[in-house]
Design a protein around this ligand. Structure first.
Ligand code: Q9C
Ligand code: ZN
Length: 834
């Protein structure tokens, strides 16, 4: 497999390597010859209909009858005087002329993360505050998936049906029939609770719902041996004693008479999802399946997994849809060794996995889970392992891993499809993972992946054993797939030393294979993880049910307030608004974007279109919370002044932290405070300079590779570290910057501020304006195309800045810093007060 293709970035070092140890044939405890009883195993009557396409095509229509409940009373702080009170301002074409004030009040209504007075006090929000995101009665209900494909109920939030949800209730039938504390956590409720929560949030109803079909035996054969498939087929007729005996031949596996059917549905659901996304019936989607797949190998079940759903789907995408480059992101807390083995010599599949490793002391105790396993033969460089050597990894560690490891490689790889092995045992409270990542982190991870492969992202459930947090995390993932802004990440965004060590090691291991990792940090290649065993026998923690329940309960208690907050978080009913100074026929906007061109303003956009009037009449306050992100077009000469006003307006409206990303030649407003409320990031300055922690300037990178380094290595780490309430992106004259670059930047900057992004753009740039509107609205940004390498000059500039800023902005780190330099920074370390 792995036929080379034109655009695949070949690893710099590679080629056939005869010295490589041969891939082991069966990594589990091997095959069994257990009887193949059923002749075909197919149950013709059970094969559910596919039927994507049903319910598609309804573009989003704003419901004029939908009225937002009154926002709760909120006293704004006294206004900051406008900088140029006498400057006249107004839309072209005879619009009113008044005082400056172009920033809509609208979107800073409910400042995120505790800034809303209603939330700070911890008081439950008033019913009027619940905008209907899963709370409105008209969104409740919805039929069961699986048995009967249904017409999809309309929703006020998104009728685009861009996200497929594949499920079948038959997958809840398999369950453990005997006592086994290691296996009992993989239970049917994992699916029912997740689906139930998707319904309660109104998310299921917004998806294109597809009933899963069974994978055919030929499809299973894309990955598994006929003998293995026959063995699993044979379990259908076994009694409990025989099932238990057979299960004992594998590592942490149980069989049930329905296992074959369920496992075929799980694989089939994944294939259906891939079909939906690759035929354009859906933009992206989630398959809610069990049994999971990523531990399953060619001839062995392992770790609850029977057929490797994601691996089969990747092969299927190559063979049936002719794809050449597929990225598999395995964010389950366990190493998907099955997937790794299947693709280890295949350069057409880039496999990334992070996993609890603890120097080899955690299941499945494999040497080849470590960072120095990079793939074999032609596949060298296409296996990326990020082992976590400590438990307790948090949001900062996961986001840092994406920004500094996965995404640079993924952009260079340029996948045509992204498959997520979406296990949620990596969330806080999960008894298996023991990590500290909060559920909304999965919305961010999903969002970060949606910028790849033109948004063709298929998430497939793997693990996840704390029911409530599994459900919450699934909701976050689906919400992000639907394009909703991700709730901001709370808590200090400082990666821990152990995470940085792991990140450093995997970057070092892959630097020979990927241009994007070269010349950035020339840290010496570290030796294999200290204490790395050859499948060392585990010191067993108390693995009983009571222990796990106790540990999980404790974690969830600590989380209760957070969960409540997430549940109550309102989403503005309008995601994107746009205010233009003149009509431009060339401007193409996605459905659902509120569009305002000066005359006849709609109530919701009044603050955008006629800010001065809105301010005067105080109507801005009534528009609060209606809009999540916006674009304002201004005459070229006024962009800098508009930005200045926008900053003041943002502060006036209660933003605690405001990130300004000024792209191109734009003047920094003269009197910006340097007190930590504003982080000014100038992309397009004459030279790389950190004038202070909050005033950073970097030259505009020349090549796509340089821009990506800048965005992933500087802009986003700063943005995630700063945790702004609002992001202002101002696009000034920037020769050489493509619209796709700007769209990518805008799209990725939605993450750090909960989707509150205002883009300021020069008028008469319909292409750019349209690209920005689509990006802020949650559409996948256009492909960047082949990734040219960064210039040495750009790389140097970034390296210089990162060295300077790293002690204060720890999200910039890609390696463990010497203890001395960290200590000296500790005192002044910027600590957001969330
Ligand atoms: N207490 C998936 O998450 N348990 N499989 C190891 C350590 C095995 C997990 C025992 C867990 C298998 C898909
Ligand atoms: Zn797992």
């Amino acid at each position: 497999m792995g036929s080379p293709h034109a655009r695949r970035p070949s690893p710099l070092v590679g080629g056939p390597e005869g010295s490589d140890a041969p891939k082991s044939q069966a990594r589990g405890r091997g095959e069994t010859s257990a009887g193949a009883k059923g002749a075909s195993g197919a149950e013709p009557g059970r094969t559910a209909c596919s039927g994507f396409g049903a319910g598609l095509g309804a573009g989003r229509v704003l419901d004029p009858g939908h009225r937002e409940p009154e926002a709760p009373p909120w006293e704004p702080p006294p206004p900051v005087p406008a900088p140029f009170p006498s400057l006249l301002w107004g839309p072209r074409g005879g619009g009113a002329v008044g005082r400056l004030g172009p920033l809509s009040a609208a979107w800073v209504l409910c400042p995120p993360s505790g800034l809303c007075p209603q939330r700070v006090s911890g008081v439950a929000l008033s019913p009027g505050h619940q905008c209907g995101n899963g709370q409105c009665s008209h969104l409740r209900g919805g039929g069961r998936l699986g048995s009967v494909p249904r017409r999809v109920a309309p929703s006020d939030h998104n009728r685009a049906m861009g996200t497929a949800l594949v499920y079948h209730e038959d997958m809840t039938v398999a369950r453990l029939l005997w006592d086994d504390p290691e296996c009992e956590m993989e239970c049917p409720e994992r699916l029912t609770v997740a689906l139930e929560q998707l319904r309660r949030r109104g998310l299921e109803q917004r998806c294109l719902r597809l009933a899963a079909r069974e994978a055919s035996e030929a499809e299973l054969g894309l990955v598994h041996s006929p003998e293995y498939v026959a063995m699993v087929r044979g379990t259908q007729g076994l009694g409990k004693g025989e099932l238990q005996a057979l299960s004992g031949q594998y590592d942490t596996v149980y069989f049930h008479p329905s296992t074959f059917h369920c496992a075929r549905l799980a694989a089939g659901a994944t294939l259906q999802l891939v079909d939906a996304v690759l035929t354009g019936a859906a933009h992206n989607g989630l398959a809610l399946v069990r049994p999971p797949g990523h531990h399953s190998q060619r001839t062995a079940a392992n770790g609850f997994c029977v057929f490797n759903n994601v691996a089969i789907a990747a092969e299927y995408a190559k063979q049936k849809h002719g794809l050449h480059r597929i990225l598999i992101v395995d964010w389950d807390v366990h190493h998907g060794q099955g997937t790794q083995y299947i693709f280890e010599d295949d350069p057409s599949v880039l496999y990334f996995s992070w996993h609890r490793y603890e120097h080899g002391r955690f299941w499945p105790y494999l040497r080849e889970s470590d960072a120095d396993e990079v793939g074999r033969g032609h596949g060298r460089g296409f296996t990326v392992n990020l082992p976590w050597n400590q438990v307790g990894m948090g949001n900062a560690d996961y986001v840092a891993a994406f920004l500094h490891v996965l995404l640079p490689l993924a952009f260079e790889f340029d996948p045509e499809l992204v498959l997520i092995s979406a296990g949620f045992d990596s969330v806080i409270g999960d008894p298996e993972g023991q990590m500290r990542v909060t559920p909304e982190c999965f919305a961010h991870l999903t969002q970060l992946l949606l910028v790849l492969a033109r948004g063709r992202v298929c998430a497939v459930l793997e693990g996840g054993y704390h029911l409530e947090l599994l459900a919450e995390s699934v909701c976050m993932t689906v919400q992000a797939l639907l394009g909703d802004p991700a709730p901001p990440l709370l808590g200090a965004m400082v990666p821990c030393g152990s995470a940085l060590e792991s990140i450093q090691r995997v970057r070092a291991a892959h630097a020979p294979h990927w241009t994007s990792l070269q010349h950035q940090d020339m840290a010496p290649v570290l030796s294999p993880s200290i204490g790395s065993p050859e499948a060392r026998p585990p010191p067993r923690p108390p693995a009983g049910a009571e222990y796990m329940v106790a540990a999980a309960t404790e974690a969830v208690e600590a989380l209760r307030a957070l969960l409540d907050q997430l549940r109550l978080r309102p989403l503005p009913p309008v995601r994107t608004a746009i205010a233009l100074t003149s009509t431009d026929v060339a401007l193409v906007l996605p459905p659902g974007v509120l569009h305002q061109e000066g005359s006849a303003p709609r109530e919701e956009t009044e603050a955008w279109a006629r800010p001065h009037e809105a301010l005067v009449r105080d109507e801005a306050l009534t528009a609060l919370g209606k809009v999540s992100s916006g674009i304002a077009a201004t005459p070229a000469l006024a962009t800098a002044a508009t930005l200045d006003v926008a900053i003041r307006r943002g502060l006036y409206l209660g933003a605690q932290r405001l990130l300004c990303v000024a792209v191109g030649q734009l003047q920094r407003p003269p009197h910006l405070s340097d007190d930590g409320r504003i982080l000014w990031l100038d992309i397009g300055g004459p030279e790389a300079a950190a004038l202070s922690m909050f005033h950073v300037s970097v030259p505009l990178p020349g090549a796509t590779g340089g821009l990506l380094n800048c965005v992933l290595g500087l802009v986003l780490p700063l943005a995630y570290g700063f945790q702004p309430d609002v992001v202002l992106v101002a696009l000034g004259p920037a020769p050489g910057l493509h619209d796709s670059h700007s769209a990518l930047l805008a799209s990725m900057l939605r993450g750090p501020a909960g989707g509150r992004v205002l883009a300021l753009v020069q008028e008469s740039k319909p292409q750019l304006t349209g690209a920005l509107a689509r990006a802020l609205h949650g559409e996948a940004p256009p492909s960047l195309g082949p990734c040219s390498a960064a210039s040495p000059k750009d790389t140097q500039a970034l390296k210089h800045l990162r060295e300077q800023l790293e002690p204060k902005w720890r999200m910039l780190q890609v390696a463990v810093t010497s203890p001395g330099s960290l200590q000296s920074a500790e005192g002044e370390l910027f600590a957001p007060q969330n």
